[in-house]
Design a protein around this ligand. Structure first.
Ligand SMILES: [Zn+2]
Length: 377
């Protein structure tokens, strides 16, 4: 939409409808028409027309009246959270998670299936079958489905149909996706950390700009600037895991040496020691000296990485991924290490931890479809 020409009637109508709907889903509370007209400074005829359109789209209900005493009871306008829903699917080398969320971001259903990723048609067919089964088992109405947003632990091309690089699922060079054709719905495909970050940002509308740093086996993230995802020219922005911390240091999966991921991947605390993360933190708490030394060096490297990111982007940093369930207990130590790297007078209160949820990537992915729907409405 050009800023240099006046809006057409159609565009103006759409803009008004959008304002009305956004107001309603900003509150998720029943309101009267008079209240809405007042809040939006909109004339009653314009508002009525918009409400008629939203009713027709099945997005609001106007059949309920208030319990006012006597006289004509005003009708209530009720936004309907289940009017649409989206699926988010996280694909990994071991399994997949599938989650359905409604317009209010409430989880309608979820499932985890052991199905190792393979970039071929057989996998695509199994995936398509699982989606249909999931919709049927949970009695989800396909007419209300906005689409399927999928994530991969790797770099996805800007066309969303190419995997550029994803060593953890066995893709080392740019390869077309061979598993998408069987899915008969709108499909989005993107990096897992990018989607996780988007979901966190949507939860925090008070922060138009933020960084999401995802600490899993892979280390990645997302950059949100003024409410927009910053993807980069080649769709590779926020690959924080490959910031070089120690030139010539530990080898990284990317083929280089000394990357943040080589130091702050969960593998360093689990796979490398042949134990689970849970066991690592148990041993740490029990006072195991080796675990303590490793943890101290992990935190120092993490603080270093965080400082580099903050120096460049100067905004709140949210830590997500598997580590976000363990790190809060060590918050003060991490803060202290970050402070130690700052100049006097620098802000050091920019760190926060995402509430841990195994579904955050799926929810973040599906959220992108909700965002798109609300934006174009
Ligand atoms: Zn690397």
């Amino acid at each position: 939409m050009s800023a240099h020409r006046p809006l057409s009637t159609v565009e103006l109508r759409k803009q008004n409808r959008n304002r009305v709907y956004r107001y309603l889903i900003g509150q998720w509370k029943p309101v009267t028409k008079q209240e809405l007209a007042f809040q939006l400074s909109m004339s009653l005829p314009t508002l009525t027309q918009n409400l008629n359109e939203l009713t027709e789209m099945g997005l609001i209900d106007r059949s309920i009246t208030t319990d006012s005493t006597g006289g004509r009871r005003p009708r209530l306008i009720v936004p309907l959270p289940n009017a649409r829903f989206a699926l988010g699917i996280e694909l990994t080398n071991r399994d997949l998670r599938i989650v359905a969320i409604n317009l209010r971001k409430e989880t309608l259903a979820s499932r985890r299936v052991a199905l190792p990723f393979a970039n071929d048609e057989t996998y695509g067919e199994e995936l398509a079958g699982l989606i249909e089964q999931f919709l049927d088992n949970n009695q989800l109405d396909r007419d209300r489905l906005l689409g399927v947003a999928m994530t991969l632990p790797g770099i996805v091309g800007p066309d969303q149909k190419t995997i550029e690089y994803a060593p953890t699922i066995g893709v080392d060079t740019s390869t077309p996706c061979r598993f998408l054709d069987r899915i008969p719905y709108r499909v989005l495909l993107d990096n897992d950390a990018t989607c996780g970050g988007f979901g966190e940002w949507w939860n925090r509308t008070d922060q138009p700009s933020m960084v999401y740093l995802s600490l899993n086996r892979g280390v990645g993230g997302a950059i949100l600037v003024d409410g927009k995802l910053y993807d980069g020219v080649d769709h590779r922005a926020a690959e924080f895991g490959h910031i070089c911390l120690h030139p010539g240091g530990r080898p990284c999966q990317c083929g280089r040496k000394g990357c943040l991921e080589a130091y702050c991947s969960t593998a360093r605390l689990s796979d490398d020691l042949d134990i689970s993360l849970e066991v690592f933190f148990q041993r740490l708490e029990d006072g195991d000296i080796q675990c303590q030394a490793l943890w101290d060096s992990y935190l120092k490297d993490l603080a270093h990485g965080i400082m580099i990111i903050h120096t460049i982007l100067d905004c709140p940093i949210m830590i997500g991924g598997q580590m976000s369930q363990y790190l809060p207990a060590y918050r003060s130590r991490l803060q202290w290490l970050v402070r130690d790297l700052c100049s006097p007078g620098d802000r050091v209160d920019f760190l926060a931890f995402c509430p841990s949820s195994g579904h955050s990537v799926c929810i973040g992915a599906a959220t992108r479809l909700l965002y798109e729907f609300v934006k174009q409405l």
